[in-house]
Write a protein that binds this ligand. Structure first.
Ligand SMILES: [Zn+2]
Length: 139
């Protein structure tokens, strides 16, 4: 089992790469790319610094709660996310989780890859559940 998201047999990482490949190949899947990345990162905090984790949660809030299009979020946060200009580091240097171990309502394994419509719906449901689960978590 994955210690972080709880997916059986640690199949979450392989599924994540499968999702990304599908999203890059096909724009109908790629529509939800920003959600896939932020939700996966929130569930795998060992890939992030504390600031990075909080930042990903902010992004997910903008996408899901404020329903902001990714282009607009990127534009408004340009100073933060623009490579060299960013004031903090997102990627973990230690590989240690920055949040306490927790139960997640859904994992990336709940996302079905059959058709783009189904796929996007599943990603939205998974990302929304992930955001709701993470709302009271401190990093
Ligand atoms: Zn996992």
């Amino acid at each position: 089992m994955c210690d972080e998201c709880g997916a059986p047999d640690k199949t979450c990482e392989a599924r994540f790469h499968e999702c990304l490949a599908r999203e890059f190949e096909n724009p109908a899947f790629g529509r939800v790319h920003n959600l896939t990345v932020s939700a996966y990162m929130l569930q795998h905090s060992s890939k992030l610094t504390s600031e990075g984790w909080l930042y990903e949660r902010d992004l997910l809030r903008e996408f899901i709660i404020n329903d902001m299009p990714p282009e607009q979020v990127r534009k408004e946060r340009k100073d933060e996310v623009d490579g060299g200009k960013r004031a903090f580091t997102i990627k973990s240097r230690t590989g240690q989780p920055v949040i306490a171990r927790m139960e997640w309502s859904k994992t990336i394994l709940d996302v079905r890859l059959e058709g783009s419509r189904q796929y996007c719906e599943d990603v939205i449901i998974w990302a929304s559940a992930t955001l709701a689960d993470s709302e009271n978590v401190s990093a």
